[in-house]
Design a protein around this ligand. Structure first.
Ligand code: SAM
Length: 324
């Protein structure tokens, strides 16, 4: 590890930080929260300035790519101000956003102007009734409108993340795939990560066969991103299809990321419960050197492949608290 590079014990270069700006959300998706999920106290949520300070220090150590997430990041007041502060950091090369899309219509333009150039929109169904069932909200129209808005503004790439859940939406895989023929979007199918029962997930290894019903797929390599998706494309399609299999594939080999929760805990891994408390040090007057040491410590405690004692991959935290 040099002064401006973060390398973990397995030689992986860590240059990507996911920043959760709130644990609040305007949807209540059925699969997102553990039973014991409790909202943070407001005073425990980092201020935008505290968040920007952590990102600045991390950027001086090798972090180049930032993804803003939540909870639902677009409900955080003055989010564009945070984006602007991050965009002003000379080492940051890329700022992206993960959102449920409901408020995109309202905020996309200001975020684009302050530095977010690519966006991932989470959408698990194109059917209104099903959307209501999954999210407990009747706002599918707003999400679809938001997708049109970001395409018009010029965000690129625009990705739609579809969590495929057994018995809920696996019959919509082809409807989503069809969208990529007409629109310059990347649809990514993501394996559902069960928060309690380790073996209940719907494996996506058969998904390629299903997708072939719409035509032959070719490898697509020109999709900008920092994550583990494998991309393909139909002949003459404007968009691409990605598959992400955190449960059934070796997902961690190329891990390049850390996760900062809204209350200032730095998580080395999505799976596993370990974290380093940056907020505590920040608020007790910690200097830059001390905070940087904690960031280094987080990198050095990354796992190679987090499984529990029985060999199961387990997510022990709600996605809403860590940002997915
Ligand atoms: N509210 C934003 C959104 O909807 O994109 C950001 C936060 S959300 C927690 C981030 C992503 O995590 C979403 O794409 C969501 O579908 C995904 N997610 C939540 N719970 C999940 C689970 N159990 N397995 C797989 N993905 C999950």
């Amino acid at each position: 590890m040099t002064n401006n590079e973060l390398i973990d014990r397995y030689g992986r270069r860590i240059d990507y930080l996911r920043v959760s700006v709130t644990d609040r959300c305007n949807l209540k998706c059925i699969y997102c929260k553990t039973e014991d999920f409790e909202l943070l106290r407001r005073e425990d949520i980092l201020t935008l300035e505290e968040t920007a300070r952590i990102v600045k220090l991390a950027s001086e150590m090798g972090i180049r790519n930032i993804r803003i997430t939540g909870g639902e990041p677009l409900i955080r007041r003055n989010l564009a101000h945070l984006v602007q502060m991050i965009n002003d950091l000379k080492n940051i090369e890329d700022i992206s956003l993960t959102t449920n899309g409901i408020l995109l219509n309202e905020f996309a333009e200001s975020l684009f102007n302050t530095g977010v150039k690519r966006v991932n929109i989470s959408l698990d169904t194109l059917k209104r009734d099903r959307f209501k069932k999954i999210t407990k909200s009747d706002r599918l129209g707003d999400v679809l409108h938001g997708i049109e808005t970001v395409l018009r503004i010029g965000f690129s790439p625009v990705k739609i993340n579809v969590v495929v859940i057994k018995g809920i939406n696996e019959d919509e895989i082809l409807d989503f795939a069809r969208l990529t023929k007409e629109k310059p979007i990347s649809v990514r199918f993501i394996e559902h990560m069960p928060l309690s029962e380790p073996h209940s997930y719907f494996p996506l290894d058969s998904i390629r066969k299903e997708l072939m019903k719409l035509g032959e797929l070719f490898p697509a390599s020109n999709v900008k991103g920092c994550g583990p998706a494998v991309y393909m494309r139909y002949k003459k399609a404007k968009g691409t299809i990605g598959i992400i299999m955190p449960m059934s594939e070796e997902f961690c080999d190329n891990c390049n990321r850390l996760r900062l929760s809204a209350d200032g805990r730095l998580f080395p891994c999505l799976m596993g419960e370990r974290f380093i408390d940056l907020k505590g040090r920040l608020r007790s007057g910690g200097n830059d050197k001390e905070i940087k040491q904690l960031i280094k410590d987080a990198v050095l405690t990354k796992f190679l492949s987090p499984v529990d004692s029985k060999g199961n991959k387990m997510i022990k935290k709600s996605m809403a608290s860590i940002g997915g």
